[in-house]
Design a protein around this ligand. Sequence first.
Ligand code: FE2
Ligand code: FE2
Length: 240
Amino acid sequence: MNSLKTKTVRDLAMEIPGATRVFERVGIDYCCGGQQSLAAACATAELTIEDVMKSLKLAAESHSAAQEPNFLTASLAELINHIVDKHHVFTKNEMERLRGLLNKVCAVHGQNHPELQTLKRLFETLSVELGPHMIKEEQVLFPHVKRMEAAVRDKRPVMPPPFRTVANPVRMLMMEHDGAGEFLKKMRRITSNYTPPEDSCISYQTLYQALEAFERDLHQHIHLENNILFPRAVEMEAAV
Ligand SMILES: [Fe+2]
Ligand SMILES: [Fe+2]
């Protein structure tokens, strides 16, 4: 158990089934800030490391293997399909829905709660950046990774991509992930961790719950790309 303390949050997120849910619940950044050790992450989040380790152990024990495929061993095509079908579709749908909900809540409560205007601005900017980001993944990087994997499987030569090496789009996409992570942090900060005020209506509460779910999904999504898909794709390219 003690070895957990020195492992990085990123490694734990990959190795322990259900770890990302624990990190999400206690507020440990495992996607963009995953390179720090568990001990350092707990110190930053002012958490008792023993409690977090206990939760990680419980999560591993109670996790059913059928819940989630093992993305460390699944094919890259399967992982990409999962990312697109689950996370890209959810993000696109929610960006649309939440934009309308934010407009509605801002119109009713914006006077009394000026932070809603800031929240709306942050969410709009995040959405404007995430749309093209996902298109780049779906139209540029992901198709090449799938083609590369198929060529390796069939022992055919890999066609060189127009972006020369996988590392190039990966570097740019990871910078964009960092930017998205910062927006999520700001949104969480100005909403006091998505705590609705006492005078809030149902729409206000629904908005905060939905934004929190949006954040949770985006963390999971970025984790799968930054920590699993991108390194595996870079490794595969290096091997050929
Ligand atoms: Fe993505
Ligand atoms: Fe991404």
